[in-house]
Design a protein around this ligand. Structure first.
Ligand code: G6P
Length: 364
């Protein structure tokens, strides 16, 4: 993609619409149908190294940290390696225990975020193996790491990240599949995940084709002073990223909670003036999520659901196409990027350059 606006009013809108092509690029040339796995040329991790990994620790900031949270879940699910994500800034200041059997992954769009770079340098100094999951080729983090995956999102200009987030999560899906297939993920499951990955670009187009509905909904909810975002397990990091996106571009206060934690506090906030956006995938937690919607409805809360089928308890549902359970998180946040965009637009915000924020934070 060029820096040309191509008829879009903002880079955010343009970049949201580039996602099907961007995902296609992340997959291109990497799928190996013969062994139901993927080739990740720059990873610099042979099968023996991959099998020796006992833990995965993912480090990033902002949206990249959220991509890392989804990535950690994918790695646990598909490769059965304990994995978690942490803000790089927190990690480096708590004198972390650096373990030689842990694979560290630094996630960054720009590859220049100072807190991530400093965490990588500290890890390297202590002899850890660090990979990068980076967009900008040849950037500082790409150079400092032992190998990694370029996410191939193309240039991202809007301060808030959309297409790069999606490509990061897809890249984590590739990595999880690769690690899984060096371990106990079966050929049949490998094949199932590959088929799911291949469906993504078409399904992204389907979601974007629903733009008019999302625009209407955004106008309807733009009067809110504050919004709650909820999800469980796979849906929770999706809720966190969607809540961040809304605050960044619209300046509406938003917070994300696991739906299961509502009863331990946030339920006290629910009233008609505090709408909830709920991520409701058709997975093993569907009934639990529906019960959370009932709890909110019983307190007269307005609900916008993002789900694989209409939700009876919700005031509105944005229906997204179903993929494999392990890959649904890639798609469920996409309508909420448009939701944030149209909310900010209805409020007249400076969408590509929100106040007080920078695309890349290269100082501490
Ligand atoms: C800034 C940007 C965010 C971004 C974060 C990490 O805060 O405003 O959109 O997610 O930095 O940037 P990186 O380039 O490391 O992904």
């Amino acid at each position: 993609e060029s820096y040309d606006m191509g008829g879009h009013d903002t880079y955010m809108h343009k970049e949201i619409h580039e996602q099907a092509d961007a995902v296609d690029r992340a997959l291109r040339g990497r799928i190996d149908d013969r062994f139901s796995t993927v080739h990740l040329g720059g990873l610099n991790l042979d099968a023996r190294d991959a099998r020796a990994v006992r833990r995965v620790k993912i480090l990033g900031c902002g949206t990249s940290y959220h991509a890392g949270q989804i990535g950690a879940q994918m790695i646990e699910e598909l490769a059965r390696i304990p994995a978690d994500a942490e803000p790089a800034s927190e990690f480096r200041y708590r004198n972390p225990v650096v373990d030689p059997d842990t694979l560290y992954i630094a996630v960054s769009q720009s590859g220049e975020t100072y807190d991530v770079l400093a965490a990588v340098q500290e890890l390297k100094r202590k002899g850890a193996r660090v990979l990068g999951l980076v967009n900008v080729v040849g950037s500082a983090i790409a150079r400092e790491t032992d190998g990694g995956i370029y996410v191939h999102a193309g240039p991202e200009v809007c301060v808030v990240s959309t297409k790069c987030f999606t490509n990061m999560v897809v890249s984590f899906g590739l990595l999880a599949l690769h690690l899984g297939r060096t371990r106990d993920l079966s050929v049949a499951d490998g094949k199932r995940i590959i088929e799911g990955l291949r469906k993504l670009p078409g399904q992204i187009e389907e979601i974007l084709a629903n733009e008019a509905q999302i625009e209407e909904l955004a106008k309807e909810y733009a009067d809110a002073k504050s919004m709650m975002f909820i999800g469980r397990v796979r849906g929770y990091p999706v809720a966190r990223e969607a809540s961040l996106k809304l605050k960044e571009v619209s300046y509406i206060h938003a917070e994300a909670y696991p739906a299961s934690e509502l009863k331990h506090g946030p339920l006290a906030l629910i009233e008609p003036a505090m709408p909830t956006v709920a991520i409701v995938p058709d997975d093993e937690l569907l009934e639990k999520n529906r019960a959370a919607l009932e709890e909110i409805k019983a307190r007269s809360g307005r609900i916008l659901a993002v789900a694989h089928q209409e939700q009876e308890k919700a005031d509105h549902t944005i229906v997204v196409p179903k993929n494999e359970d392990e890959l649904d998180s890639i798609l469920m946040g996409i309508p909420l990027q448009l939701f944030a965009y149209y909310t900010a637009k209805a409020m007249g915000r400076d969408i590509d350059k929100p106040r007080n924020l920078a695309k890349s934070v290269t100082v501490e």
